[in-house]
Design a protein around this ligand. Sequence first.
Ligand code: NA7
Length: 544
Amino acid sequence: MVNINTQSLGKAEEELDVLIVGGGFAGLYQLHRLRELGFNVRVFEAAPGLGGVWYWNCYPGARTDSAGIAYQFSDEKLWKDWDFSEAYPSGPEMRAYFEHVDQKLDLSRDIQFNTTVRSAEFDEDRRQWEVRTEDGAITRARFLVLCTGIGAKPHLPHIEGLEDFRGKYHHTAAWPQEGVDLTDKRVGVIGTGASGVQMAQSSAAVAAQLTVFQRTPNLALPMQQRVLDDAGKQAIKDTAADVYAMRAQTFGGTEYDFLGLASLEKTPEELREIYEKQWGLGGLRIWVGGFLDVLQDPKANRVMYDFWRDKVHARINDPAVAEKLAPAEPPHPFGAKRPSLEQNYFDVFNQDNVRLVDLREAPIQRATAKGLRTADGEEHELDVLVLATGFDAITGGLTAIDIRGTGGSLLREKWENGVEAHLGCATQGFPNMVFLGGPLSPAAFCNGPSCAELQGEEIVQMIAYLREKGITRFESTSQADSEWRALVDQIANTTLFPLADSWYMGANVPGKARQLLSFPGGVPVYLQQWSDQKAAGYSAFELS
Ligand code: NA7
């Protein structure tokens, strides 16, 4: 028998205007704005708390790779009495920020926590989505807005014999909320993405022994973290309005933009001076605030790589270790895989308690009772194994739900051979459904909160337009979907992104279709496309 959850909805079979899935930046923006416009709206959130990835990724050392000034909502009500204590906020501070937002905007009253959406089926007769949660409860809504983010589904590689391991093992995105004591433990970290780099930094400080299992070196950049004193906090407030206005005008929705198109037009001396300056400023600036040709032209890319490599080698005592972390030949074009930010990542390899294992030389063979055995026959003894192995990124949060559109077609099956989705927000066969920060939107190349607000506002406006015109059903068309995919591919092919086996390309998950999963044309171009759509009365969609 179907159990109708009436507890939090107040009455049986309450029908919502909009059901939002996910309580991170994107979902909260939708809730706040749609509620302001008088829609009957609710959020379903799987976690007991807010923040999305900031709730789940509570491993030690978790931190944003975006400066806090840009990594928050632009609403003055929210930023005027909020301060981060460091330029790049920590995970715990992000959670505190979400509590602040919740309290200011009174969001929780419309959020159902501990509620995992299992399936959603479009009811053509009623033009509604019928959404089923893990507890079997059913909720109906005219519009389904999926805000599941880019990192909702952890990627757990198959490791032979893991069940035999007598220590503890945890994925970074499913880290125990009560924490794990790593003090004086033998810790192994598989993976050197953003999570692996941060885990390595925090573990190296307390563990008896840290072993980093590296498959691909991370071309990590200096965070140049700093504690914000009162003057620093005030400086952020003084420039906040300008920064938020700028986010719509920059490629990555950040507080800076590309310096220019052609690095190679500079003399080597000029270029070096510019790179040194950017290095000193820190953050992702040298990547998406540098020169565009670095992401397009192998020659310009190589100059950047060599600059980076010299910097890294200068910090590592053992030349053999330095060569593994920053090889003479780039493992992939610089920036074609996401560079992480580091604070002392490279320095920890100078510590006696830290060891680097190169999985290209000796892949993991199996887990044993005591640790991990690599192909060279060595057994690495561990007390705690950290799987910093990333996500079924961008699409995983959507395809994890059984979403059935017209004729019962499954979204997961539709996208098996690749994603087509108009404006990276809707796809044919799935009427009245949008996804934010999803595939073929700028998500992976855009500062999260900026995308949540900028793409989010376009969605809000579209839903408001539909209501105003009395439209109860919209659907993307195959033509619009494939034209958008073609545009993404066309821009992608002018860049070096397709050359790396990254989660940007879906290449980190065995069997996943290979395509650039984010719109690489930058936020302003993306917003212009929306603006054209709006002016044309959303004519690329079928409206009725
Ligand atoms: P990432 O960036 O996807 O990193 C995952 C890491 O795990 C990466 O170094 C992978 O190596 C490694 N990995 C994955 N599977 C394996 C196996 N089977 N064996 C060895 N190593 C493996 O995830 P993060 O969580 O660090 O960061 C995700 C994003 O979150 C980040 O970019 C920010 O946007 C925030 P590979 O490179 O594939 O060789």
